[in-house]
Design a protein around this ligand. Structure first.
Ligand code: GLY
Length: 564
């Protein structure tokens, strides 16, 4: 398959990242493709990828590198990297063990089902999306310490690059400058103290971003461990910020928060074992549903981006997403019928609704609900030379989360509360609706789409992948995996070829602008409402084949593949 992304684009971007023991935060470049044998890291920012590789070179394993990369992202990629948000981590250990870690945020203990309803019972989406009340109890730092027993290097070594990047600063990319400028008003509006993200004149590429207060918070975490965030000075600063902005997170919320190991969602697909995050990741149910449906068809013979394969995949996405918000929520609070949803009989019954060669009709498919989420999240993939792999997705929810920075502590709080159904049965921020399963309750985790994936063949990792993108996360990964397994695309094409997305409601097939025009026209003739949209996801992929490690950073952002 010919590589279809503009060669000019690549000439600009394919400047190799030299994986050294030191890196230069004032001069770096973006690299989209790495091949080697020792280890690789793919993340949303070149400096974060370089930090991960530096840790691998120092003898760290994939877990060490993932933790260091995640912490670096919290500094160099503040739109989604975070210590004030949450996420999921899937680990494959070279001994054969698979682990899935849930460090998703929780609703504060003072939270309640109707907390975003006004006196007339209408949902106030401004409060669930912006400012102090939008924040769930952060899970990222608890997740890091839960994973530490599987790391090898001392924590001090893993966090130091992030501390240095925050204290001494780094130069920002053009994309980061544009994002900070776009959100200036939101920062001004949602903060009670000055923040490092606002300055008097617009940001531009090459400006240095210094985050002194964040550096001090990271130092407290370095020196005091988990307590450096959830107790003591940082916790007091969070609660003081809540008091100033009428938020709800309390000292008790912080002290009680812990990350949890969950039983992985594991399924077989054409000789591959797919390991991913279970609930509260909706992907742990939707991805197996979609791939189990797909396995009933000879889709490889339909071909990549043919009307036949795109129509089938679109209808499968529709069928799976119709069940999403009706049935899925935090399993600690709601009895989700996962076994039934993934059973052969249920898959058969859903496929009875499938009609080839014509657009389906979401009104006819089911009466379930679906929640559309904001798309700003970030993913990192790591593989080391020992056969360990980590797939980690983390988020603040929207870009820069709630836009509220904790005064004196320098980090952004998430706006993850909007991932709940703020009023079950009523459209949320993007005009979609959510179900009872995902209603707010104190201490409950909001449903997520984050779907970090590790695919094994004969017990060894072959693909380590994931992406941001809200509800498009699971459909992006579904397509990436089919691109690799069924359509035999190269790693570069599997990531970079145009993606499409159907989520049942709205009854629209979304395609990236680069999606082939002729194919779009054919889909329209079949009866689909097709909308072109901006980029879908930023998929980070590592392919491991007989000791060869190939890493691809998505062309859609500053994403960088690095290794040694
Ligand atoms: N907030 C994005 C997600 O968890 O799916």
């Amino acid at each position: 398959m010919k590589y279809l992304i503009s060669p000019a684009f690549f000439l600009v971007l394919v400047l190799a990242v030299t994986a050294q023991d030191k890196f230069n935060p004032y001069q770096y470049s973006i690299s989209k493709h790495f091949t080697g044998a020792n280890g690789a890291v793919v993340a949303a920012h070149p400096l974060a990828s370089q930090v991960g590789v530096m840790i691998l070179r120092k003898g760290g394993n994939a877990v060490d590198a993932a933790i260091a990369t995640q912490l670096a992202l919290a500094v160099v990629y503040p739109g989604a990297g975070n210590i004030g948000g949450g996420g999921f981590m899937v680990i494959h250990l070279s001994g054969g063990k698979d682990l899935t870690l849930d460090f998703r945020e929780k609703a504060p203990l003072k939270g309640s089902r109707d907390m975003y309803l006004d006196a007339n019972g209408n949902a106030d989406l401004n409060k669930s999306q912006h400012g102090h009340l939008a924040a769930g109890v952060p899970g990222a730092v608890a997740g890091i310490f839960k994973a530490m027993p599987y790391a090898r290097l001392p924590f001090k070594q893993l966090i130091q690059p992030a501390i240095d990047l925050a204290a001494k600063g780094f130069v920002i990319t053009g994309a980061e400058a544009a994002d900070l400028n776009d959100d200036r008003e939101l920062f001004v509006k949602n903060n009670t103290r000055p923040t490092a993200f606002v300055k008097d004149i617009p940001w531009k590429a090459g400006d240095t971003l210094v985050q002194k207060e964040l550096a001090e918070t990271l130092i407290r975490i370095r020196d005091q461990g988990k307590k450096g965030f959830y107790e003591g000075k940082t916790a007091r600063l969070i609660v003081a910020e809540m008091d100033r902005g009428k938020g709800m997170i309390s000292l008790e919320d912080l002290k009680k928060y812990d990350a949890v190991w969950r039983d992985a969602s594991v399924f077989e697909y054409k000789g591959h074992r797919v390991v991913t995050m279970p609930l509260p990741s909706s992907g742990g149910v939707l991805l197996p549903m979609m791939m189990k449906m797909t396995a009933r068809f000879p889709i490889d013979s339909f071909g990549f981006h043919t009307p036949k394969s795109v129509q089938l995949m679109t209808e499968i996405e529709r069928l799976a997403y119709a069940d999403r918000a009706k049935f899925l929520g935090d399993p600690d609070f709601y009895a989700v019928p996962v076994k039934t949803l993934l059973s052969d009989d249920y898959i058969t019954s859903r496929l009875r609704l499938y009609q080839p060669d014509t657009a389906g009709d979401s009104r006819r498919i089911a009466s379930g609900d679906v929640t559309k989420e904001s798309e700003e999240t970030t993913h990192l993939s790591v593989a080391d030379k020992e056969g360990n792999a980590v797939s980690l997705t983390t988020t603040l929810n929207g870009g820069y989360g709630s836009h509220t920075v904790v005064g004196g502590a320098g980090f952004l709080l998430n706006n993850e509360m909007d991932d709940f159904s703020v009023k079950p049965g009523v459209p949320n921020m993007y005009g979609a609706v959510g179900g009872e399963a995902n209603a707010i309750a104190p201490g409950k985790r909001m449903l997520s789409s984050m779907t970090p994936v590790i695919v094994l063949r004969s017990g060894k990792p072959v693909y380590v992948t994931g992406t941001p993108g809200g509800t498009t996360i699971t459909t992006s990964l579904y397509q990436t995996l089919l691109n690799l397994i069924d359509f035999k695309l190269s790693a570069l094409d599997a990531v970079n070829q145009p993606k499409f997305h159907m989520q049942w409601l709205p009854d629209t097939l979304y395609v990236e602008k680069e999606f082939p025009e002729a194919l779009k026209a054919t889909m329209e003739r079949m009866g689909y409402k097709v909308n072109s949209r901006g980029h879908i996801g930023r998929t980070e992929l590592i392919v491991i084949d007989n000791g060869k490690i190939e890493a691809v950073g998505d062309f859609r952002g500053d994403d960088t593949a690095a290794g040694y």
